[in-house]
Design a protein around this ligand. Structure first.
Ligand code: NAI
Length: 438
């Protein structure tokens, strides 16, 4: 269902009228296209406090041109050296003069340090960056995003910085992402092919016959992966079409079947590099009206099967060292949603799974585990939502519009990237900074 309001506000009379009425002003977002695969424009690199990050060589590879003359497409504020309230003032001093000039769909990226448990002044100042980032995200407008990355090693964060500075992260705003030291899992010394990062790798995407899953399969295939498109037997025809268009294979399988892990393992004798748990269902009803079957079907598909297949594929060694698991949570799981106690429970469970398993999966199998948490994404699922609730879902975020399946797919591809081995245990919202549970 097209967002007609967004198209209307893109016209001169539409902009005039909606401004006069004080209505939301969504901007058409600049997204990745094959014609414009890299970010374009000027990058302004600022610092607050004394930084020891070796950032410039990494920023030089983003495709943006360093400079401080015009309307920057991106501003990176290195605030890793902020240790107290005084140095925090440098955040204001750095960004206050330039924030207005950031280009439409531009990026503000704040870099912070992990809070120091032995220094509560540093911890307070670094935590302050979170509130700062989220507040600026809510006021900046014009399709611009603001995110915070906590890091200690710029090269370990290269894939993350590239993603957040690029049009691929158009619908990711107000996020706080931690990047660990070193290269974590996978990239260990091997040169990274930024054009075809997944060449020679196999990816399996559940629920990929349509919607977000199909977009994820397409984006991973674009990165060079051989994709396995898994969906329920009744969707086999659509799964085949998606697989054929991407040069991959289809696997007709109900992921909640008790032997799903074994079936997948049998299908992949050579192993798997990227496992994307995307399949999900909703069966909405208020708890007082919810029969046990609606509870258990949602918990089974969205959480139980994710736990079971993950355990089976890790135990059997199907996921190779350097592997990536990306699960799908939802802002409904983080914020709660009336009529979705089953769905909210299942999606919050995904966040719990990710945070607990991530360190062990990395230590024992060399595999990272992260999740995406989509907000309102324009799919068949959300097109079926009644008009007024749909409109509220679309507008109640900092970008005042719904996201596209491609936005979730690009975020998944960043987490699945061989150079993202230092990103582990993160739940990243793809929600345009939704007001729900923000
Ligand atoms: P969709 O309903 O369009 O697609 C889901 C796919 O999963 C379908 O092809 C379906 O056949 C498949 N599937 C369902 N049960 C399955 C099973 N037992 N085994 C194998 N495949 C199964 O949904 P959409 O919108 O693309 O959502 C994808 C994921 O994103 C889901 O996990 C959903 O909960 C999550 N999500 C979506 C949001 C949105 O706004 N569309 C918001 C937040 C989360």
């Amino acid at each position: 269902m097209a967002d007609r309001y967004l198209s209307f506000t893109g016209t001169a009379p539409g902009r005039f009228l909606t401004r006069r009425l004080g209505l939301p002003q969504p901007s058409t977002l600049t997204r990745w296209t094959p014609e414009q695969p890299y970010p374009k424009g000027e990058l302004l690199h600022l610092t607050a406090g004394r930084s020891v990050l070796a950032l410039s060589p990494v920023l030089a590879r983003t495709g943006l041109t360093p400079g401080d003359r015009g309307e920057p497409a991106a501003v990176v504020l290195d605030a890793t050296g902020v240790r107290d309230v005084d140095t925090l003032a440098e955040v204001h001093a750095a960004l206050h003069p330039v924030v207005r000039s950031v280009a439409p769909s531009g990026r503000v990226l704040v870099l912070g340090a992990p809070p120091d448990p032995a220094d509560h002044h540093q911890a307070a100042a670094q935590q302050a960056l979170e509130g700062f980032t989220r507040s600026l995200g809510k006021e900046i407008g014009r399709g611009r995003t603001v995110n915070l990355v906590r890091l200690t090693d710029a090269s370990a964060a290269e894939s993350t910085l590239r993603f957040l500075l690029s049009p691929k992260s158009a619908y990711v705003s107000g996020q706080v992402i931690e990047v660990k030291d070193g290269d974590g899992a996978g990239s260990a010394g091997a040169p990274v092919d930024w054009e075809l990062p997944l060449a020679g790798r196999t990816a399996l995407v559940t629920g990929a016959a349509r919607g977000i899953g199909a977009a994820v399969a397409e984006t991973l295939a674009r990165g060079g992966a051989k994709v396995v498109v898994l969906d329920v037997p009744s969707a086999e025809g659509d799964a085949r079409k998606v697989a054929e268009s991407l040069g991959g294979t289809a696997l007709a399988l109900d992921i909640s079947a008790g032997d799903a892990g074994e079936r997948i393992a049998a299908e992949l004798p050579d192993g798997l590099d990227v496992l994307v748990h995307n399949a999900g269902i909703t069966r909405d009803r208020r708890l007082a009206n919810m029969p046990a079957e609606l509870w258990s079907s949602v918990l089974e598909v969205n959480l139980g099967s994710v736990l079971r297949t993950t355990d089976a594929l890790l135990a059997k060694g199907v996921l190779r060292t350097g592997g990536r698991i990306v699960a799908t949570a939802s802002i409904a799981g983080l914020a709660g949603n009336a009529g979705q106690t089953n769905y909210g429970a299942s999606k919050a469970g995904i966040a719990g799974l990710v945070r607990s398993l991530a360190p062990r999966a990395l230590a024992e199998h060399g595999v990272t585990v992260n999740a995406v948490a989509p907000g309102f994404i324009e799919t068949k699922m959300t097109a079926a939502v009644p008009l007024f609730i749909r409109e509220a879902g679309r507008r109640m975020n900092s970008l005042a519009q719904g996201g596209l399946p491609a936005d979730v797919a690009e975020t998944t591809a960043w987490l699945a990237h061989p150079a993202s081995g230092a990103v582990n245990g993160q739940v990243v919202r793809v929600c345009g900074q939704s007001l729900l549970g923000a």
